[in-house]
Design a protein around this ligand. Structure first.
Ligand SMILES: Nc1nc2c(c(=O)[nH]1)N[C@H]1C(S)=C(S)[C@@H](COP(=O)(O)O)O[C@H]1N2
Ligand SMILES: [Mo]
Length: 252
């Protein structure tokens, strides 16, 4: 590695946008700063250039990952004995601030390319055929836990309400101001669940009562809790962390 390259790496590492992205684990997931410098080969010292390069790489990552994603390849599943019984809470706020939702008055709103947009009640969701799975939740902050979730496969629900499954994206809005989105192939994946139970019990408040989206093929931040709206669309709805620089696809 030449001195010039080292010099560029230091310059880039000092750049506020790069420090910020590093803090958010963006580069750790994919490319190191050195690799980024080698790849681009250009003097990306001004902020526009750095931002442009990083955004371009993130979009490129999304395309490659979408292409690598096998719509029916299953995430690993585990035995009951492997479940972590001290499952961990995470959100962009402390546990005491988790929303308190009344299941009886809660409604799931539907928006976008869906034929029947009538809101759903919790009783209606509970009346649908349920599936369960024991899978690993992987958080980008560096921890993972094996848990058991039960509920309605999202694909089954989307077909039931007449969603246009040729649309590109499914977006989720949460009661706490959080949001996330995924590609349609992931939404239709057999293990992507509208989870209503955790460890065979009603979903606890802190884990997203009354409903969370459990996606074992994605990192934890793409598993939105406290869902209040699902939308089907062709423009990418982004999401809370997605809009703050996390790689949108974030498959595992
Ligand atoms: N509504 C909502 N969903 C969310 C979050 C959040 O802050 N709000 N945090 C995400 C992150 S980063 C993680 S790791 C998981 C944590 O889920 P858990 O509390 O069930 O472990 O929820 C995800 N879904
Ligand atoms: Mo996370």
């Amino acid at each position: 590695m030449s001195l010039i390259k080292n010099h560029k790496r230091i310059v880039m590492a000092d750049h506020p946008a790069v420090r910020d992205l590093e803090r958010r684990h963006f580069l750790r997931q994919g490319l190191s700063l050195g690799a980024l410098t080698l790849l681009t080969g250009c003097d990306v010292t001004d902020s526009d250039a750095v931002d442009g390069v990083l955004r371009g790489i993130s979009r490129w990552n999304d395309r490659v990952q979408a292409w690598l994603f096998h719509p029916n390849k299953l995430a690993p599943t585990f035995a009951e004995s492997e479940i972590d019984h001290n499952f961990r809470f995470n959100a962009f706020y402390p546990e005491s601030k988790a929303p308190v939702i009344d299941g009886a008055s809660w409604r799931l709103r539907l928006d976008g390319k869906i034929a029947d947009k009538r809101p759903w009640t919790l009783a209606q969701l509970n009346a649908m055929q349920q599936e369960s799975q024991i899978t690993r939740h992987v958080c980008v902050e560096g921890w993972s836990k094996i848990g058991k979730w039960g509920g309605v496969p999202l694909g089954r629900f989307l077909r039931q309400v007449g969603a246009d499954t040729s649309a590109k994206y499914v977006g989720f809005t949460c009661a706490d101001g959080y949001s996330s989105s995924m590609d349609m192939a992931t939404a239709l994946h057999p293990q992507t669940l509208m989870a209503l139970t955790f460890a065979d019990q009603t979903l606890p408040r802190k884990f997203g009562y009354p409903m969370k989206i459990r996606v074992p093929t994605k990192l934890g931040f793409k598993n939105p809790k406290f869902i209040v709206e699902i939308s089907v669309r062709d423009d990418n709805p982004g999401g809370y962390w997605e809009d703050r620089g996390y790689n949108w696809f974030s498959g595992i």
